[in-house]
Design a protein around this ligand. Sequence first.
Ligand SMILES: Cc1cc2nc3c(=O)[nH]c(=O)nc-3n(C[C@H](O)[C@H](O)[C@H](O)COP(=O)(O)O)c2cc1C
Length: 193
Amino acid sequence: MKIYQIDSSARKEGSTSRELAKKLLNRIKKIGDEIIYRDLDDEMLFVSGLTESGMKIPEKEQTSEHKKMFELSDKLVVELKESDVIIISAPIYNFGPPATLKAWSDLAARVKETFEYTKDGNRVGLLKDKHVYLVITSGGTKVHSKEDFLTPWLIHVLNFFGIKKIDIIAADQMALDYEGSIKKAEEKINRLT
Ligand SMILES: Cc1cc2nc3c(=O)[nH]c(=O)nc-3n(C[C@H](O)[C@H](O)[C@H](O)COP(=O)(O)O)c2cc1C
């Protein structure tokens, strides 16, 4: 089994989302599993300098910046396609995702790779049979509340890629009850694994 772990907190030390994702990984992984790890805070590029309406630029018009962008995009697509289980950890930043996670989604959404349009114009996701665990943390925003735009957005993007099996582990409202919040998240990890 290939497990793909993606962390997105802008904080390396003392990050709850990273720590919970690590705990989850340690409970899921079995001898012989391959772990693919990506820290979005180490390397990310924003979609920029496009010349067409979609995510493409003719090869001969590509600058070295464009090439770097497509190289990273290709890598992210392969990582997604190859994985069986995906863990995404993300804190809520200003009611939505960290900018790096949004940028990741822009690079991961590639036509004929992660999604496509059928002849009738319907959208279909191309990533099948994957199980995603989302580890969401927040200071005061309650996950699934009307000010949480991260969780529904991320679920929608994953559904767009064809991923339907999604479990959520939330350590939310940590500023209100840190220990209670972590305990709830750890109990959910134990229940799910
Ligand atoms: C730039 C920024 C924006 C934030 N915005 C929110 C927010 O909108 N709602 C919220 O509940 N917490 C917000 N927080 C707090 C983080 O979600 C919270 O500290 C989270 O636990 C951080 O996860 P980490 O420990 O993995 O870094 C924000 C933190 C930062 C750095």
